[in-house]
Design a protein around this ligand. Structure first.
Ligand code: UDP
Ligand code: MG
Length: 313
């Protein structure tokens, strides 16, 4: 079996040499064929030069250099697209993940799982700005995706490459790979991994990431559940809105006829108009979404199902 290690790198010049050294040591005891795919995500420091130097000494180190900063998710995506190993393990390039965990992740993977997720049980990050938002985000993701993990955000996870193949990543979505893969039929588990203080440099993210993650979660949930039937989503909300509007109208008429209030003395007719209009809009948007969806699948000859195997064809 061959292993591909994927390193997203954005301004990590001081960490790279140490990280590559630790990887080499960890791999020495494993006697596995491996490659290191380092993605330079538009670093503004000497990261690329440091990487190039390492790559001339060790041909197992491969570099992909982006034209500008595209973000960690894009960097991981590029790494996954170029990986040639049967197993793929991404890790943070800031020394927070520990290459010593590679062997336990691979052991677990060989028990027949498609994804082994790392869980930073003893996480070395700031409490208020990182750990608490992350606990909340993990709770929400776990509840909404029905894929139960303690730590979606941990970069260090082991994947069977096939489990990654169908998955296209946008925005900040690398943390949803496990959820998307499970929806595609993958088998998943998690193990605790070591987590350390950042080596050098500083984190690239702040608290605003939590909100982006929650928004991405909405997209992921919508795309996986309603991609082939958007009308059920838009239409559902639309009809609900329409019913609310109608109830509001009826209430207004009722109050008028029992002589309690005339139609201009309550806001009910206005509320009725508002919800009915919104309902109609949503249903029409559902129709548009259905057209877009058909265009997406049919123009590219994409099937709306996923086959695991075919027999006697
Ligand atoms: N990273 C990247 N592109 C970016 C931001 C981050 O490739 O735009 C890399 C970064 O170099 C590191 C990993 O993603 O290897 C995780 O970033 P960071 O350590 O800043 O995140 P944190 O651990 O604080 O969540
Ligand atoms: Mg980090």
């Amino acid at each position: 079996m061959k292993l591909s290690l994927v390193l997203p790198i954005y301004n990590e010049e001081e960490n790279i040499v140490q990280l590559l050294k630790e990887i080499k040591e960890a791999m020495l005891s494993l006697s596995l064929e491996y490659e290191v795919i380092a993605i330079n995500d538009g670093s503004k420091d000497k990261s690329l030069a440091v990487l190039k130097e390492a790559a001339t000494e060790d041909k197992r180190i491969k570099i992909i250099s982006f034209k500008r900063n595209f973000g960690q998710t894009a960097a991981l995506s590029a790494g996954f697209d170029h990986a040639t190993g049967e197993a793929v393990i991404p890790l943070d390039a800031d020394l927070q993940n520990d290459p010593k965990d590679i062997s336990s992740l691979l052991d677990k993977l060989s028990e027949g799982y498609d994804i082994v997720s790392g869980w930073r049980k003893n996480r070395r990050d700031k409490l208020v700005s990182r750990k608490i938002p992350s606990w909340i985000a993990n709770y929400i993701i776990s509840k909404t995706t029905d894929v139960h993990l303690h730590d979606y955000g941990c970069t260090m996870k082991a994947y069977r490459r096939e489990a990654l193949q169908e998955i296209k990543l946008y925005g900040e979505m690398h943390r949803f790979i496990p959820a998307i893969a499970v929806w595609h039929g993958a088998k998943i588990t998690e193990i605790a991994v070591n987590h350390r203080e950042r080596g050098f440099g500083k984190t690239k993210y702040g608290i605003s990431r939590t909100f982006r993650v929650v928004l991405d979660l909405l997209t992921v949930k919508f795309l996986t559940k309603y991609l082939t039937r958007p009308m059920h989503f838009f239409g559902g909300v639309g009809i609900f809105s329409f019913v609310l509007g109608t109830v509001s109208f009826i209430a207004a008429l009722y109050l008028r006829f029992i002589g309690y209030a005339t139609l201009i003395e309550t806001p009910l007719p206005l509320i009725g108009v508002f919800f009915c209009l919104m309902g109609a809009q949503l249903v029409l948007m559902g129709l548009l979404a259905e057209m877009i969806m058909r265009n997406y699948f049919e123009s590219q000859g994409k099937p709306t199902y996923m086959i695991k195997e075919k027999i006697n064809f």
